[in-house]
Design a protein around this ligand. Structure first.
Ligand code: TMP
Length: 239
């Protein structure tokens, strides 16, 4: 029997393993949940498998609507095969309504409609608490070229159009979300994952939080909320 391959990288919520060939990787979704740059951590039973199923649905939906992503296929309950990317170390955040760090930074009340939506970039660096950066920083420090930044903005806006409509059909408001991009074969592809760990979703009627803010704020019912969102989208969670 061959031994399990060594991890290439272990993040807070996922582990990356080598794929079948040099061009692919296996994403393993852990139950670990973190907030505040890893200061608050907990294991939430079944979160990994729910996020794996959730991400597979969203990535497939985006691909079917013309968004280039690294996703290849879901392998089993906790693992998905993806294309290996040279990651751009920047988080692309799109906000339709004010929440989280935007409210703290600018003193805006939570829930305010942002018209047009706000797009922000943050450097991925926990030690520096993911500082906000702009196009100029990205060029000067070589995080991404001008063309790459334009593509990141374009695909982030497109994902917003597609997913805001999809979540609205499921009775949910897509408040904000975070994307990460990488390079492969001369292209910019959407990487990482899309799950309630990296976006804010509110029930359209009650405004109840259905995402990782439940964990950040100690509201409880975190995985239950993720499962509810998944079911509204028609994603099987075997629960
Ligand atoms: P923020 O309001 O804390 O800046 O977060 C904006 C969105 O980005 C929110 O949906 C959560 C997501 N996000 C991540 O996925 N990872 C992170 O490290 C941070 C800071 C935010």
């Amino acid at each position: 029997m061959s031994e399990a391959p060594a991890a290439i990288y272990e993040g807070k919520a996922k582990i990356l393993y080598p794929g079948d060939d040099a061009d692919t990787l296996v994403l393993f979704f852990k139950d670990d949940t973190s907030a505040f740059d890893g200061e608050k951590r907990e294991q939430l039973a079944r979160k990994g498998e729910i996020n794996n199923a959730f991400n597979a649905y969203i990535q497939t939906y985006l691909q079917e609507h013309g968004v280039p992503t690294h996703f290849v296929r879901r392998l089993d309950a906790r693992r998905s095969l993806v294309r290996r990317l040279d990651m751009i170390p920047v988080e692309s955040v799109l906000r339709n309504r004010a929440a989280g760090s935007l409210c703290r930074r600018l003193g805006i009340e939570e829930g305010r409609l942002l018209e047009p939506p706000v797009l922000e970039f943050f450097l991925k660096n926990d030690a520096l608490h993911d500082p906000m950066i702009n196009r100029s920083h990205m060029r000067t420090f070589g995080y991404a070229s001008t063309t790459e930044v334009e593509l990141m903005e374009h695909w982030t806006q497109r994902v917003n159009t597609l997913l805001s409509a999809r979540f609205a059909d499921a009775g949910l408001v897509l408040v904000d979300f975070k994307l990460e991009f990488g390079r492969a074969g001369g292209e910019i592809l959407l990487g990482d994952e899309f799950s309630p760990d990296g976006c804010r979703l509110w029930d359209a009627q009650s405004q109840e939080k259905m995402d990782k803010d439940r964990f950040r704020r100690g509201l409880g019912g975190v995985v239950e909320a993720y499962i509810e969102v998944a079911h509204r989208l028609g994603i099987a969670t075997d629960a």
